[in-house]
Design a protein around this ligand. Sequence first.
Ligand code: PMV
Length: 328
Amino acid sequence: MRVTAKANSNIALIKYWGKRDASLNLPAVGSISVTLDGLSTQTSVWFKTGLGKDRLLLNGTEESGLALDRVSRFLNIIRMRAGTSLKAFVESSNNFPTAAGLASSASAFAALAVASSKAAGLTLTEAELSELSRRGSGSAARSIFGGFVEMHRGEKPDGSDSIAEPLADKAFWDLRLLIAVTSEKAKTTDSTSGMTQSKASSPYYPVWVDTAEADLAEMRSVLLAKDFQKVGEISEYSCLKMHALAQSGRPGVVYWNGATVKVMHAVRELRQSGIPVYFTIDAGPQVKVLCLPENEQVVNEMLQLIPGVLRIIKTRPGDGIQIIEAAE
Ligand code: PMV
C-alpha cells in the first residue's frame, strides 16, 4: 500500500531540551507547543519488493548519507513491528526551509510515522503514533495533534508514557505567530548535538531539569485561562532559559545571528509602546513572534522594517496529522 500523510510543524512555548535516554529518544523535560497551520510536510511511503535499500526523495532530490540513515533507522522500527524486511520508497516535501530552526523534523517525523506505519499494515492509536514519532524527533511527538499540545516527559524506561496529548484544539484560541526568517541556511549544530553538549557540560543543566515541571504547570494554567500576557511572558522566559543553557555548555552553542537579536529587541520595544507581543526561538536563527489577531498587522509592519529579516511567514494554530491518500 502507498500511503500519503501530512503533518504540520509546531512551535514550543515551553521548550524541550535534553534527553533522559538517547537511544529511545526520551526527553528529560516535558514541553508545551502550538501546532502551526500551513507549515507542513507531506510524505508518501510504500514498502516494495526488489528494493535493495530504502530510498528517500526529499523536496525532489534523492538523498543519501545522514538524512537517509535517519529515515532508515526509523523505518527499521516499523519493519520490526510489522514483521517485514521490505525496503521502502519515501517521498517527502516541506513547504518551508529544512533544518533551519523551523522544526522541520517535527512535521517530517510525524508525517513519516503516520505514512510508514499505515503502509506497513499497522493500525496505531494517536498516542502510539505520538510515541513512534518521538523516536524520530522529540518535537515530532507533538505534531500528531492539532492546536495546543503537551508532551510528557514520562517516567517509564520503555518510553510508553513519553507521549504528547492535546490540551486544547485550534479553535480554542486564535493566536497569531509571525515567523521572522533571518537565514535560509541549514544550522550548523543540530538539536541532538546541542542537547548532548548541554547535558554533558553546562552547569545549568540540573537546574533546567529541576525547574521544568513548575514551568509546565504555570503555562498549562495561563494557557487554559487564555491569559495572553502570561503566556507570552512565560514563553519568552522558557526560550531564553533554553538558549542560556545551550550557550553555557563547553563549547556553548549560539543559534542566533545579528538579525535574531535585532528582532528580539524590536519585539520588546513594541511591547513597551503598549502592544502585547512576545518572541520565542528554537534551535535556529528564526524568531517566532506571538501576538493577538488585532495586532498582527502592526507587528508585521514592525518586522518588515528590521534589517536582516528576509521574509515573514504568518501562521496560527493548525490541525494535527492527516492521511491524504491510501491506495493499493
Ligand atoms: O525535536 P528536536 O530533537 O529537533 O528538538 C527540538 C528542540 C527545540 O525545537 C529547540 C525545542 C522544542 O521543544 O521544540
